[in-house]
Design a protein around this ligand. Structure first.
Ligand code: COA
Length: 162
């Protein structure tokens, strides 16, 4: 059976920084599951279904990428889906401490899954979903930072159309 990786996150919404990790991660594994976290404490702008739908449209042309959602412990999801590795992006040193803690906790909970870090491409190292939402809400141009579909959906949200 092929090697499977999961790229988990809240993706509220997906940015080009996430997409960069998805493209690069998908080349390292036979299958990559992009898994959107449900029921998280963070308040989200897009519903879980909206986030999954956008991701599906964006990942449509990458043959070995699947989009899914999960709740509960990530390591339990990994067990269910027979995942070999968790992929996370590292943007800056400031991500490191939190990511290291999560990776170590996850390994403590499930020794079968490795966490693999990909360093974010430098042109996206300053991006986050919150910043993109803030800039968009203040009428800044975010077209460089998000895929086309996100730009459209974000503008609809901000205009109150959906
Ligand atoms: N490019 C652009 N932005 C990026 C990025 C990249 N490559 N990588 C991360 N980010 C941003 C996200 O947009 C997000 O920004 P925001 O805070 O402004 O919304 C922020 O970095 C972190 O978000 P994300 O990568 O989605 O991680 P998270 O911290 O929301 O979620 C999970 C992390 C889902 C992996 C973790 O919470 C989890 O596993 N939860 C399940 C429960 C569990 O198992 N808990 C125990 C864990 S040890």
């Amino acid at each position: 059976m092929g090697k499977i990786a999961v790229y988990p996150g809240s993706f509220d919404p997906i940015t080009k920084g996430h997409l960069d990790i998805i493209m690069r991660g998908s080349k390292l594994f036979d299958r990559l599951i992009v898994a959107v976290l449900k029921n998280q404490s963070k308040k989200s702008m897009f519903s879980i279904d909206e986030r999954v739908d956008m991701l599906k449209q964006i990942a449509r042309d990458i043959p070995n990428v699947e989009v899914d959602m999960f709740s509960g412990l990530l390591v339990d999801y990994c067990k269910d889906r027979k995942v070999n590795a968790i992929i996370r992006g590292l943007r800056a040193i400031s991500d490191f401490e939190y990511e290291l803690q999560m990776a170590q906790m996850n390994r403590q909970l499930n020794q079968e899954v490795e966490t693999i870090f990909l360093t974010t491409s430098t042109q996206y190292s300053f991006l986050s979903s919150s910043l993109v939402k803030e800039v968009a809400s203040l009428n800044g141009d975010i077209s460089e930072f998000v895929p086309e579909i996100v730009l459209t959906e974000l503008n609809k949200k901000l205009k109150g159309d959906v």
